[in-house]
Design a protein around this ligand. Structure first.
Ligand code: PHE
Ligand code: ZN
Ligand code: CA
Ligand code: ZN
Ligand code: ZN
Length: 288
């Protein structure tokens, strides 16, 4: 799999922070900051050869947007691996760890996958969701828009939400039965990075839940668990701060460009790439 460039992730994060700053400090559902975030991603993906589609939905009297990107000519279009992240922030801040990190991470995986010429036995698709913060609204709208045949073509959905917490964990989640191959691919990715990961259950707390509810296998990574603070055992494993929150700026005004551990973001993104290559069945010469 590609080794995602940490500097490229940093540049994307800086762009989302700039967008928030130029748009009343946030990138929430129904705002110009959200629209500018969609525009940034779409232009990068279009330039890389993706076929992009903006899907509209309405929530709370405001129009919301999902961005869906398919890469033509790679793998079987009837067997697709999908990676997703929510793009909206809360109104309290810029939403940088939550979730410019996941949004930037899957953007860079998408760009690297296209540039590499990777061509496996499955296709690849990416999705950025609106209004996650208001109840997984965008991802639910996307899954609801698919008919039975279209749902069956998605062999797995991998979710990335908060992958750069300043006191980072290296967690993998996957639904117990159908998501085991996904969780295994993500764990193998952490192993390849020389990082010990832990399994956790984030319940229905992010967009994977919309796919799981439709019977699609799901998994993902996060730098936090549902616990309020990092445990001593986790701190020992990852050289972290026991008893401190994974992200002290969660859903607050200080979730800006400095609220990111860039090494953790790079590691989680490299793991996302590892899983994307492995699950689409790319026969690569060697892991780089
Ligand atoms: N999805 C939650 C939010 O956006 C946060 C979360 C992310 C919780 C990852 C658990 C794991 O607010
Ligand atoms: Zn690697
Ligand atoms: Ca990297
Ligand atoms: Zn989130
Ligand atoms: Zn959130």
């Amino acid at each position: 799999a590609a080794d995602i460039d940490a500097a490229a992730l940093r540049a994307d994060i800086n762009e989302f922070a700039r967008i928030a700053k130029a748009n009343n400090g946030n990138r929430a559902h129904g705002t110009t900051g959200y629209q500018a975030s969609i525009d940034y991603l779409k232009q990068r993906l279009d330039a890389a050869g993706y076929t992009t589609r903006v899907q509209q939905f309405t929530h709370g009297g405001k129009t919301g947007y999902n961005l869906i990107a398919d890469l033509p000519g790679r793998g079987d279009p009837n067997k697709v691996v999908m990676l997703g992240a929510h793009l909206d922030s809360v109104t309290q801040g810029a939403g940088i760890n939550d979730n410019a990190t996941g949004s930037a991470g899957i953007l860079e995986v998408a760009l690297a996958y296209a540039a590499s010429g990777a061509n496996g036995d499955k296709g690849i698709r990416f999705g950025w969701w609106g209004a996650e913060e208001l109840g997984l609204v965008g991802s639910k709208a996307y899954v609801s828009s698919l008919n039975t045949a279209e749902r069956a073509k998605i062999t797995g959905y991998l979710n990335f939400d908060m992958i750069g917490s300043p006191n980072p964990g290296y967690f993998v989640y996957g639904d117990d039965t159908r998501g085991t191959a996904i969780a295994a691919a993500l764990k193998a990715g952490f192993t390849a990075e020389g990082i010990e990961s832990l399994s956790t259950d984030i319940k229905g707390r992010s967009d994977h839940a919309s796919f799981k509810a439709a019977g699609i296998p799901t998994g993902g990574t996060a730098t936090l668990s549902l616990a309020p603070a990092m445990t001593q055992a986790e701190a020992d494993l990852w050289d972290g701060q026991a008893g401190q929150p994974y992200d002290p700026c969660y859903h607050s005004g200080c979730d800006g460009a400095t609220n990111v551990d860039y090494d953790a973001l790079d590691a989680h993104t490299d793991v996302a790439a590892h899983a994307a290559w492995a699950l689409t069945g790319v026969k690569a010469p060697a892991e780089t």
